[in-house]
Ligand binder design. Structure first.
Ligand SMILES: [Zn+2]
Ligand SMILES: [Zn+2]
Length: 251
């Protein structure tokens, strides 16, 4: 069948910065993803350039060894805010000197076992790679990315010229965070709202909490939503996506 030829080991998929797909969302805001992952499974993460520090929001699957080539001034600290601990968002968080996230998922960041991150059983048999290859489930390894500082509702991170406010928006996971850059009209909403399947029936999810989080986010003023999957959304498209989710689940 030739399927074994399409089975790749996780470590051999790691490349350098040239393996990343990079778009500019706004001045000083890059959207990153990993070309080795299929378009369907790809996760988006973001690099924000500040005057005093740069900040990653999430870290993809982890198929990149460095982000240095994307940073105009590498002498500045690199921080990271983790929206949640699923495997497709934590891979490069270990590159940051200081990591922020919600206490409810701290144990997973400290020990990202593939079952705890939900990489397994999800990846077993899945054609997750560009071109249709699969990842050997026994090879799934992600670097520990323990939190250095805890963020909860109302927390802030200021990287100089860019202030980020944290909303605790549970439901997709217990510690899901949504990050608001109010001055620039940007909302980083990871897997809480995106134009794809919104997972609400896997371990750690809570549909009622997710509906309440959506209610809250409908009240937030912003221009562009930058999700963890799929296209960047206008506020109107973001609101439509929430309405469609509600119709789909009969809420
Ligand atoms: Zn997720
Ligand atoms: Zn995801």
């Amino acid at each position: 069948m030739g399927t074994l030829g399409g089975l790749r080991r996780w470590p051999e998929l790691v490349g350098d910065e040239s393996s990343l797909l990079v778009d500019t969302v706004a001045p000083g805001v890059l959207r990153l993803s990993e070309a080795v992952v299929s378009e369907r499974e790809r996760a988006y993460f973001y690099l924000l350039i500040g005057h005093d520090a740069d900040c990653l929001i999430d870290g993809g699957w982890g198929f990149c060894s460095s982000l240095d080539a994307l940073r105009p001034d590498r002498s500045k600290p690199l921080l990271a805010i983790a929206t949640h601990s699923h495997f497709d968002h934590i891979g490069l968080l270990h590159l940051a000197g200081t990591r922020y996230g919600h206490p409810a998922e701290a144990a997973v960041f400290a020990d990202p076992h593939p079952v705890a991150t939900q990489a397994l059983p999800y990846l077993d048999g899945l054609e997750a790679l560009a071109g249709g290859g699969r990842i050997d489930p026994a090879s799934v390894r992600q670097r520990a990315c323990p939190l250095d500082a805890l963020l909860a509702e109302g927390g802030t991170v200021d990287i100089g010229g860019r202030a980020l406010t944290v909303l605790h928006t549970p439901g997709h996971s217990p510690g899901s965070l949504t990050i608001l850059d109010a001055a620039n009209g940007l909302l980083f909403c990871a897997d809480v709202v995106h134009d794809g399947h919104i997972w609400d029936d896997i371990p750690g999810t809570d549909r009622g909490a997710l509906l309440r989080s959506h209610d809250r986010l409908l009240e937030v003023d912003f221009a562009l939503a930058c999700p963890g999957h799929g296209a960047i959304l206008s506020r109107a498209a973001f609101q439509d996506r929430i309405a469609r989710y509600r119709r789909d689940i009969g809420a």
